[in-house]
Design a binder for this molecule. Structure first.
Ligand SMILES: C[S@@+](CC[C@H](N)C(=O)[O-])C[C@H]1O[C@@H](n2cnc3c(N)ncnc32)[C@H](O)[C@@H]1O
Length: 253
């Protein structure tokens, strides 16, 4: 399975994605403002890999003037239905369809990993104003919660992937892995949780790219097994999902 087919897989489940994926905590945006040295209110922000608009909504609630960039047709379609007045252009982070020096902030919520930093970093620097910032983040696995760690291992096994290490990369490794070496980078982790129905939790899991590239029968087999297992762990039918948002904010050197 290529990275590119995973990057494009979201289009097959855009509505499922919008309805079930987790959002992001308010504190994340406080850290972005602090590290970027600018207020979101009134800032010109490009939200790249905007998907169905989960992060875009929050940026707009903070008063940002957002333009969204999204390669997927179906994801962009759901975005447009949810946020009809917000501009969205088709394109990707490796060749941003935006003018030079036109943005104060570029955000990538769970989408930076689909870019090639050898292209997406120079593109971000081209589009950012002189004192602009690039903010990238992910809702990552809370490995210290036993059922979440065990589920992570089951998912990796089912999808034929190596489970990720429970040890978080150091700041230096995280910066290097993201391809941000040479920039001034600040990192912050924010823990948060949400409580959702078992159905929402399973639909959230099923909207991950690792599942979207599986055959339907393989995907369904996991969900059936997981429903039974989690039904025993959460007999009330409510699941507390815990996340650790890993945020990197990069500035010009
Ligand atoms: C996990 S979703 C994140 C969507 C949204 N930002 C959110 O927070 O829910 C990843 C998104 O990245 C998009 N994507 C894939 N390849 C990309 C690329 N090269 N540049 C920018 N976005 C890309 C996908 O189409 C998808 O909408």
């Amino acid at each position: 399975m290529t990275a590119s087919s995973r990057a494009q897989s979201f289009d097959a489940a855009a509505e499922q994605y919008a309805a079930n994926r987790p959002s992001y905590p308010a504190e994340l945006f406080d850290h972005i403002e602090e590290f970027a040295g600018c207020r979101l209110a009134g800032a010109r922000v490009a939200d790249v890999g905007a998907g169905t608009g989960i992060a875009t909504v929050l940026l707009r609630e903070r008063g940002a003037d957002v333009i969204a960039v999204e390669p997927g047709e179906a994801m962009a379609g759901v975005f447009h239905q949810a946020l009809p007045g917000v501009p969205i252009v088709r394109g990707d982070g490796n060749a941003l369809p935006l003018a030079g020096a036109s943005c104060d902030l570029i955000t990538y919520a769970q989408s930076w990993q689909w870019t090639d930093p050898g292209r997406s970093v120079p593109e971000a620097l081209r589009v950012l104003r002189a004192d602009g910032a690039l903010a990238i983040w992910w809702n990552t696995t809370a490995f210290d919660v036993p059922w979440i760690r065990e589920q992570h291992e089951r998912i990796a096994h089912h999808c034929g992937a190596k489970p990720r290490s429970a040890v978080r990369p150091s700041d230096g490794d995280a910066i290097r892995l993201a391809g941000l070496t040479g920039l001034r980078v600040a990192r912050r982790q924010v823990r948060w949780s949400r409580t959702v129905s078992l159905d929402t939790h399973l639909a959230n899991i099923g909207s991950r790219s690792a599942f979207l590239v599986l055959e339907e029968t393989d995907r369904r087999a996991f969900v059936v097994d997981e429903r039974e297992r989690l039904g025993r762990t959460f007999p009330g039918g409510k699941v507390e999902e815990t996340y650790v948002v890993d945020l990197l904010v990069a500035l010009r050197p």
